[in-house]
Design a protein around this ligand. Structure first.
Ligand code: GTP
Ligand code: SPV
Ligand code: MN
Length: 583
């Protein structure tokens, strides 16, 4: 246990509020974690999977009404509604503390309160942040122990400082009507109640490493982004780094662990991170990115030996599976895994299931929590206290039409405009309707901890800090044909697009200038071994001016929300785009 007096007095204060029967400090030791696993299996909270086939692996089901992030119940309790901005829910901080204070009061009566000190970032890095999460859920403790660096190392990182994020979580009775995920950026505090699911309760992840961190980044001159980070090695043995922002369930984990098709010899991808990047200007003037997480909380459905063998391999030991399908042999399955569906088993709801049941065996947002270090292609720089230097930043989304396979911005400000006007079809990662196109700037609409107009300004400001900026691109793996089928093969073949991106960064290839940005010349995309017709390629690289003019209307409406908080540079970029499209 720590002797940091700021930590001790806050824990005492929260203890007085939630009134647990006892308090357990998480030291991060394997003995302690193992005894918690034991305990949660006894209580039925977790199931130990077949330890020969899946050593160290466990299974967990959440409540049926608690299977995804809840954006409508997530609040930024900044000092004013204006500070939270038009894209966030806001509640007055005093009112929010009062409202949740009543719900938390006595919420851990008869239960154990676990105190989890954790680091977001690498131990010993000056760019890491420390948080302390108080929770009544062993499932949360065990997930945090995979996703972050917990225990004594975190206390060491904090020392006697008061600079830590105060995270309070109680499952209470997982009542969706009283579920609240509240952020108090000015107090470096997060309160979450009545959920036991992923991003709502693993408070180091979206709550701290994006919402609170984006606010801190704005104040301190760095950026917290919803981005994967990968290193791409070419046949000459050179490794270049790319960060990419795609909305939830739009392909970050897959791209971060990509395996190039065998026919393209000498290329290899290394994973630095699959979800979050903290980015700052390094001593050399380049932008450097660090992954603050220690694990992957990845989407299970669709993960197979064909699509993402590295992810699958990562989950073969020491992994917690949530809301997937439980097979009769005490292993797991989900839709889109290799081979046939199992003949029988138990679905994510706990009901007996067969392929004829007519419902999904695994929830579409079922997930695995796996240690990043187990990933076969984990980057040698994963534990670097400095992170990695970026050559390119990539934005992307799920667009059946409109956005071409890849295009490059004319310059930094135009790239910020591209990010700020991203749109994507919604997915099962958040509660609500799936498949509707919404604006999701930089894939941060659910995760920006302050006024998004100011966030755009922050991006523009970062562009003035150095002349060694990465180039900015936009990709779309999800174009469909008239039958609704994806026309780009995606997955491992996405390397072909990354190679063009890095060739552009190295000044090795020319491009076609269009109204929306630079597109590849067909001959510059290496399509060796790919069975793709010229018509499909034309379609993938087409820019329909009519459709894009329509798009500018939607962008205009979206920008109007920000009033005078919209940077004038972005308003100008929109006018320029319209002018280019009308030419
Ligand atoms: P979060 O963890 O929610 O932030 O998601 P993510 O962005 O990491 O997405 P992930 O890589 O888990 O992919 C989500 C879904 O998209 C999975 O079902 C994948 O199989 C699918 N997917 C990923 N990449 C591609 C691709 O290149 N093409 C197609 N068609 N589907 C893809
Ligand atoms: C996402 O939804 O973007 C995730 C999963 O990465 S969660 O941790 O639930 O936010
Ligand atoms: Mn994510």
């Amino acid at each position: 246990m720590t002797d940091n007096k700021f930590v001790l007095s806050w824990v005492e204060e929260m203890k007085a509020l939630v009134k647990p029967a006892n308090v357990v400090w998480i030291d991060g030791s394997e003995e302690q974690l193992e005894s918690l696993r034991e305990q949660s299996c006894k209580s039925g909270e977790m199931i130990r999977l077949d330890q020969e086939k899946l050593p160290g692996c466990f299974y967990h089901r959440t409540a049926q009404n608690d299977v995804a992030r809840v954006e409508d119940r997530t609040f930024i309790c900044a000092e004013s509604a204006e500070e939270a901005g038009p894209t966030n829910n806001w509640m007055d901080p005093k009112a929010a503390y009062e409202k949740l204070g009543k719900l938390f009061d006595g919420s851990m009566a008869g239960k154990t309160m676990y105190v989890i000190p954790f680091i977001m970032g690498v131990l010993g890095s000056p760019f890491s942040k420390v948080g302390i999460e108080l929770t009544d859920s062993i499932y949360v403790v065990l997930n945090m122990a995979i996703m972050t660096r917990v225990g004594i190392q975190a206390e060491k990182q904090l020392g006697d400082s008061a600079d830590f994020t105060k995270c309070l979580h109680a499952c209470k009775d997982v009542n969706p009507d009283e579920r609240w995920i509240m952020h108090f950026p000015q107090d470096n505090t997060i309160w979450s109640i009545n959920s036991a699911y992923g991003g709502n309760v693993l408070l180091g992840k979206k709550c701290l490493a994006l919402r609170i961190a984006s606010y801190l980044g704005k104040k301190e001159g760095w950026m917290a982004e919803h981005m994967l980070i990968l290193g791409l090695e070419n046949p000459k043995g050179e490794v270049k780094y790319i960060a990419a922002a795609f909305p939830s369930a739009c392909g970050k984990t897959n791209l971060a662990m990509l395996i190039p098709p065998a026919i393209l010899k000498g290329y290899k991808v290394y994973t630095v991170g699959d979800d979050i990047a903290w980015i700052r200007v390094g001593k050399d003037g380049r932008l450097w990115a660090m992954n603050p997480e220690a694990g992957f909380f990845g989407v299970a459905p669709g993960t197979s030996n064909k699509t993402n063998p590295n992810a699958l391999a990562t989950t073969m030991k020491n992994t917690i599976f949530t809301n997937v399908f439980l097979k009769d042999d005490n292993t797991v399955w989900w839709e889109g895994m290799d081979g046939d569906a199992p003949a029988s088993g138990i679905d994510w709801l706990g009901n007996p299931w067969t392929p004829e049941s007519g419902v999904k065996g695994a929830h579409p947002n079922s997930r695995f929590t796996a240690p990043a270090a187990q990933c076969p292609c984990i980057s040698p720089e994963f534990e670097s206290t400095e992170g990695v230097p970026l050559s390119a930043i990539v934005f992307g989304g799920r667009r059946a039409k409109t956005a071409p396979l890849v295009y490059q911005s004319f310059n930094w400000n135009h790239g910020v405009f591209m990010g700020a006007t991203m749109a994507s079809e919604t997915t099962a990662a958040a509660a609500g309707q799936v498949g509707v196109v919404r604006r999701d700037p930089m894939a941060m609409i659910p995760f920006c901890g302050y006024n998004m107009g100011d966030y755009f300004q922050h991006w523009l400001d970062m562009g003035t800090k150095t002349d060694k900026l990465p180039l900015i691109f936009h990709v779309n793996w999800f174009r469909t044909n008239a039958d609704g089928k994806f026309i780009w093969p995606g997955f491992g073949d996405n390397i072909r697009v990354l190679n063009w991106i890095l060739a552009r960064c190295a000044g090795e290839v020319d491009a076609v200038e269009t109204a929306i940005g630079y597109l590849p010349k067909k001959e510059d995309l290496d399509l060796t071994g790919l069975d793709i017709s010229d018509e499909v390629l034309d379609e993938l690289l087409s820019v329909d001016k009519e459709v894009w003019l329509e798009e500018t209307k939607g962008i205009g409406e979206f920008f109007a929300k920000f009033g005078d908080r919209l940077p004038k540079e972005l308003a100008a970029e929109l006018e320029n785009l319209k002018a280019r499209l009308s030419k």
